[in-house]
Structures are given as structure tokens and as C-alpha cells.
Ligand binder design. Sequence first.
Ligand SMILES: *[C@@H]1O[C@H](CO)[C@@H](O)[C@H](O)[C@H]1NC(C)=O
Ligand SMILES: *[C@@H]1O[C@H](CO)[C@@H](O)[C@H](O)[C@H]1NC(C)=O
Ligand SMILES: *[C@@H]1O[C@H](CO)[C@@H](O)[C@H](O)[C@H]1NC(C)=O
Length: 346
Amino acid sequence: MFGYATLFSALASAVSAGTILWDGRFNEMKSSADLNNWSWANQVGNYQYYIHGSGAVTKYVNLDAKFKNPADTGSKQGAKITIDSTAKWNSDMWRTELIPQTKAAINSGKVYYHFSIKRSTTNVPSATNEHQICFFESHFTELKYGWVNGESGTSNTNLQWMVGGQSKWKVELLADVWHNVAYEINFSSNSVTFWHSTGSDPLTKTAGPFSGSTSSNGADWHLGVLRLPRAGNDGTGAEDWYFSGVYIESGDLTTAIASPGGAGASTGTTDPGAGSPATTAVSSSIPSSVVVSQSTTLVTSAKPEPSSPTVGTVKQYGQCGGSGYTGDTNVSVSLGSSVITYLTTI
Ligand SMILES: *[C@@H]1O[C@H](CO)[C@@H](O)[C@H](O)[C@H]1NC(C)=O
Ligand SMILES: *[C@@H]1O[C@H](CO)[C@@H](O)[C@H](O)[C@H]1NC(C)=O
Ligand SMILES: *[C@@H]1O[C@H](CO)[C@@H](O)[C@H](O)[C@H]1NC(C)=O
């Protein structure tokens, strides 16, 4: 028995070639209530949890084995991230986002940001609202869904990959199809590349490399969804988004969807979600990818990054500028005993 187990783990680890710099796979968490352990004063756990509405954490984030891509045996569970009319944070945008809590060098050299994403048939995301998904604050690599500012028409059911507001790839976001993504980022050469697959298929290089304004303070990648308001075309219902297999890797890219470590299978019990047909990967039904070009940018957060609460008019990480933005541009941040106030010019 021991011999088999050893052989199995040796084979499992041979599949993963990279080094995990930060692990956001929810494997250590019992429930989303663990996110409440984190605060600015007590920065524990794998995620910073502060971008959310006023309700309880279970209104916005829930964890379950059935919320993960079943092909990812390295994850015990996935996250269902919900936005609704209560999920407002410092603005009229609907937002539920998790930020990596780490001092690891996730913002330098060449790194891969891994995650899988899907929607289901319930609480379907609004196709008339722009959604910014898994984005950095300078928007050099991100997904978008729904009608995007600048597009013609009123709705768009595509998931798009964007570099600095330029769409580089898109595919229709069908229900219960897992989209596996790795953002390849070389912070030294300022380039980004998009790796993608569906279901259990290994990642393939899908678009890029492209030049981008790769900059990050190591605490500004937003796992989750920000939805922009759109007067007259706002979806009214709650939206559920599913994420799993979240980790940041350096070295060689792991293209297998079974993420490193096999945590999902290491509990010694049957994973109730893994064999369930709740999600169906139908890669053959995916429309072929289309490369499009579209320009739109929106700055959604204030910089520089402080580590203490805002005392000015625009709240910390609140919107202070961007295309079409007409709100307050007076940003004040407190840094220790001094307060810096500036007007954004974007
Ligand atoms: C969060 O805090 C609770 C109570 O102290 C603890 O039982 C739990 O293990 C913590 N969660 C994590 C992921 O550390
Ligand atoms: C990242 O870019 C730098 C600068 O161009 C280059 O020297 C380095 O080899 C790249 N890293 C990898 C792992 O490709
Ligand atoms: C910005 O807000 C701060 C804090 O309320 C205030 O002291 C300052 O005068 C404001 N600056 C401008 C230019 O409005």
C-alpha cells in the first residue's frame, strides 16, 4: 500500500512543473466564513476580503466541492461568487472580489495566474452590463463579460480577454462550461499571453504575447467580478459566478487542469462533487475563438496603494477616474501619521 501511495504522489508531482507562489484554491478553508478572519489589522489567510457589499459573507461567497471544475483534483472545492443589488462597495458598481494575501513575488519576473471560471443556468449574469473579471487595477490583463463600453448594440454574451482595454479573444459564455485560464505575465518584459481550455482539456496558448502596462503592487489582482452600472440597461437579478483552481505559479506552466498537489483526492474520502454531473464540459460545442479589436478602459481603483484606511473624499480603492467618470477625484490616503491628498488626472 505504501509503495503504491508513494508511486502515485511521485507521478502526480511529476505532472506539475512549476512552483506555486501563492495558493488560492480554498483547500484550507472550511467555509467562506473563514474569509472573515482577515482584516486590515489582522492579515491572515490566503485572501484579503474587503471588496463586498454590506451583507454577511455567505451572501457573496460560498464554498463547495460542487462549485469547482471536477477535472481539478488539486482543489477540494470551488467558490460561488455572487453579486446583487446589495453588493455595492464605495460606488454603484456591484462587486465581490478577493485579493491574494501574500508577500510572495507574484508581481515580478514571469508568472502564471491560474483560475477556472463558469456560469450556471441560475442567477445568469446580465449580458447588458460590463463585467470586469479577474483584473489587475491597471487592466493590463483581464476578462470581461457582457456589453462593454464602446461596443455597438445593447448586449453581448461573450467572455473576452482584454489587454489594456483591447479585446484579444472572445467566446460565448455558455452555461456550465468551465473555462480554464492562465494569464502568463512577464513583468520584466511587460508582456502578457493568454492560455485557455475548456472542461478537462489541458491549457493551450490561445492569444499573445502582447505588450501591456504590466504593473502590480502584489495586492491588486481581483479574483471575482466588478459590474458597472448602465442606466436603462441594468440587469436586476443576482448573478452567480463560479471559480476554482486559483493559484499563481512561477517556473514552467502547469497545463493540466488537475492542479498540483492532488488535494481534492488526498482527504481519503470520496469527494461528493468530483463525480457529480452538475457541471458538464462540452468543449465540442464551443464556438471557435475570434480575435477582435475594441478599445475601452476604465480605471476602477485609486493608487497608490495604502495599507490604512482612507480619510479623504474618495475611499481607499474607490473609483477616482476613468473614461466617462464624473465623480469625485479628490483622493486622500493616510500613511501612518501623514495624509496625502491628490486629485487624479485620469
Ligand atoms: C478562522 O478562524 C477560526 C476561529 O479562530 C478558525 O477556527 C479557522 O481555522 C480560521 N480559518 C483559517 C482558514 O485559518
Ligand atoms: C522575461 O523578460 C525578460 C526581459 O525581456 C527576459 O530576460 C526573461 O528571460 C523573461 N523571462 C522568461 C522566463 O521568459
Ligand atoms: C480633498 O479632501 C480633503 C479631505 O476632505 C480636504 O481636506 C481637501 O481640501 C480636499 N482637496 C480638494 C482639492 O478639494
